[in-house]
Ligand binder design. Structure first.
Ligand SMILES: C[S@@+](CC[C@H](N)C(=O)[O-])C[C@H]1O[C@@H](n2cnc3c(N)ncnc32)[C@H](O)[C@@H]1O
Length: 270
């Protein structure tokens, strides 16, 4: 697995700065958990936590939350982020979690499970989950949309150009369709109480340059950056110029709404 992609300190810092945390999805996960017997939860583990934006969202619902990641650089960044006192971080592979059998109420992986050895991770999540505990895997597609006044369609054509230019740099481990990775994992999960949702949109209004910054955190952009930094810069500058021109504004600080297209699945261990 190409996890070294996440070891760059600048990349980890960009994660913390630009990645949008899926607040709305956390309440979906909690409603699913509360449908079970208990509504008091002790322990959540966020696997592949990166710089911890998703991990901290779990803090209000659990006595203890631990974010785990294989990347030291990401975890160092998570430590610099403000965190509630019940959140901590540990370095560990997703396939060998440092927890006892049947100890955990919720295992999440947010935009991370596609990088794991997926079958080993599912076995490991099953090992650490309590009976009645839940597994929540969520991720989003690369084709984020943009909304701005009546110009959204034109902006989305330019975004598609951006994503198409990055496609050749997508890691072969991911194949062409992350949705398929998650639906295969969903199918292979034997828990009878499970649900799949393939279209949950999270919207966030932010400066145009933060949208560009977010795409630059994608592993495909990072690969291009490593291979040909000049081309990576040219591509970002070109897309920024085209977007500004379609918006008929000059400042990259102009706010746009980014539409992030999530899919997720939830399952309860019997
Ligand atoms: C795309 S980032 C997502 C980070 C964070 N969950 C978020 O939502 O922004 C994927 C993370 O998974 C981690 N990762 C990849 N493979 C891993 C593995 N086998 N075990 C643990 N972490 C892994 C990477 O280091 C990276 O921090």
């Amino acid at each position: 697995m190409p996890v070294q992609l996440f070891e760059g300190k600048d990349h980890a810092a960009a994660y913390l700065q630009y990645r949008v945390a899926p607040h709305e999805l956390i309440s979906r996960i909690m409603s699913f958990m509360e449908k079970g017997k208990s509504n008091r939860f002790n322990f959540a583990v966020d696997v592949g936590c990166g710089s911890g934006q998703g991990t901290v969202l779990l803090a209000p619902y659990f006595t203890k939350v631990v974010g785990t990641d294989i990347s030291q650089a990401q975890l160092e960044m998570a430590q610099t982020n403000s965190k509630p006192p019940n959140v901590s971080y540990r370095q560990s592979p997703a396939e060998e979690l440092p927890f006892a059998n049947s100890e955990v109420d919720l295992v999440t992986a947010m935009t991370a499970a596609h990088w794991f050895d997926r079958q080993k991770f599912l076995v490991e999540a099953d090992r650490v989950l309590k009976p009645g505990g839940c597994l929540a895997l969520l991720s989003y597609t690369m084709n984020m949309g943009l909304e701005y006044e009546d110009k959204s369609e034109a902006l989305n054509d330019i975004c598609k150009e951006f994503y198409a230019a990055l496609l050749p740099f997508r890691d072969p481990y991911l194949g062409t369709d992350s949705g398929k990775i998650y639906s295969d994992m969903f199918e292979s999960c034997s828990y009878p109480d499970k649900e799949w949702n393939e279209s949950f949109h999270v919207k966030k209004t932010l400066p145009l340059d933060s949208y560009i910054g977010m795409v630059q955190t994608f592993s495909s952009f990072q690969k291009l950056l490593k291979k040909d930094p000049e081309e990576a810069r040219r591509l970002s500058d070109d897309i920024r110029t085209k977007l500004l021109s379609a918006m008929k504004v000059s400042s990259p600080e102009t706010e746009v709404t980014v539409v992030i297209k999530y899919f997720y699945w939830l399952a309860r261990k019997p």
